[in-house]
Design a protein around this ligand. Structure first.
Ligand code: C2E
Ligand code: MG
Ligand code: MG
Ligand code: MG
Length: 287
């Protein structure tokens, strides 16, 4: 039919916008309902200690299976949860579940939890971290909190205070996705992180791109001289593993060793790899 192109396109465009808006609204309203309907799950991905070839930590990653829309990626729903402020409540749920899971693991395996910048600025943060630890009877030394550079972008006095207070509790603080922010190096100067997680984008082409190789080398050396451990994120191939190992990286994480696993499978993996420690966690230390 001979409709005007302009008008037709415009209507099509409008319809597209509509669908996107509706999808977003569905996510917004679905988040809160999802928490009460038990639609959220944590999965856990091991961080491997390269020196001992053992699991040092498990990173908790949030998953959402919406009743109608199905699986929704955290990359999609977390920014929405941040915008509407719901991330504070959702993040508290993550902290509690992560600590409860860690309490079932051998005592030398820590749990890492991602913190949103929004959550970080909430006045409830310190209290909810302490509550999560208490509820699970988990020592603070078994919790790592991962923050991205965006946490340090604003409000820096308040932010640094909170970071130091968490550290004083015995919690470890990791800088996540290192190298992707605007001013990565200045953040390392601002706070003595326990761990630098080198972003996956530097690991990806490590075999073919000399620049990435040099950057990884430099970050590992930098971490060492600042007393910060380094973790390579997103290791998928043996070649990538060899490269990060060769330069003295402390840990790696990635599909090569394991994808993120549901709590039950994570515990099975831990038990399979460390049967002695799982049974008699207190009798196998060197001391
Ligand atoms: P992240 O904290 O950097 O987590 C690592 C992401 O890389 C995870 O994606 C993980 O599944 C993925 N990954 C791990 N190894 C590999 C690999 O070898 N290859 C590839 N291609 N990917 C790998 P995921 O679970 O989709 O999470 C994406 C991001 O969403 C996380 O990045 C984190 O920023 C955020 N996120 C996830 N869970 C939470 C949460 O509970 N709270 C907050 N605030 N953010 C979360
Ligand atoms: Mg992370
Ligand atoms: Mg990361
Ligand atoms: Mg990331």
């Amino acid at each position: 039919r001979a409709k005007s192109d302009g008008r037709g396109n415009f209507r099509f465009f409008e319809k597209g916008m509509d669908a996107a808006m509706q999808h977003r609204r569905a996510i917004e309203s679905g988040l809160k309902l999802g928490l009460t309907r038990d639609e959220f799950r944590l999965v856990f991905q091991p961080l491997m200690d390269l020196e001992n070839n053992s699991i040092s930590c498990m990173e908790a990653l949030l998953r959402w299976e919406h009743s109608e829309m199905g699986f929704i990626s955290p990359a999609e729903f977390i920014p929405v949860a941040e915008e509407i402020g719901f991330i504070v409540q959702l993040g508290e749920w993550v902290l509690r579940q992560a600590c409860l899971a860690a309490a079932t693991w051998p005592t030398d395996i820590r749990v890492a939890v991602n913190l949103s910048p929004v959550q970080f600025k909430s006045r409830r943060l310190m209290e909810s971290v302490q509550q999560a630890l208490d509820e699970a009877c988990l020592p603070a030394s078994r919790l790592e909190l991962e923050i991205t550079e965006s946490v340090l972008l604003s409000d820096s006095d308040q932010t640094l205070e909170t970071l130091h207070a968490l550290r004083a509790m015995g919690i470890r603080i990791s800088m996540d996705d290192f190298g992707t922010g605007y001013s990565s190096l200045s953040y390392l100067r601002a706070f003595p992180f326990d761990k630098i997680k080198i972003d996956r984008s530097f690991i990806e082409d490590v075999g073919s791109k000399d620049a990435n190789f040099e950057i990884i080398k430099a970050v590992i050396a930098l971490g060492r001289s600042l007393g910060m451990a380094t973790t390579a994120e997103g290791v998928e191939t043996e070649a990538q593993l060899d490269a990060v190992r060769a330069h003295g990286c402390d840990e790696f994480q990635g599909f090569l060793f394991s994808r993120p696993l549901p709590a039950k499978d994570a515990l099975e993996l831990i038990t399979r790899l460390t049967p002695a420690r799982a049974v008699e966690p207190r009798l196998t230390s060197n001391g």
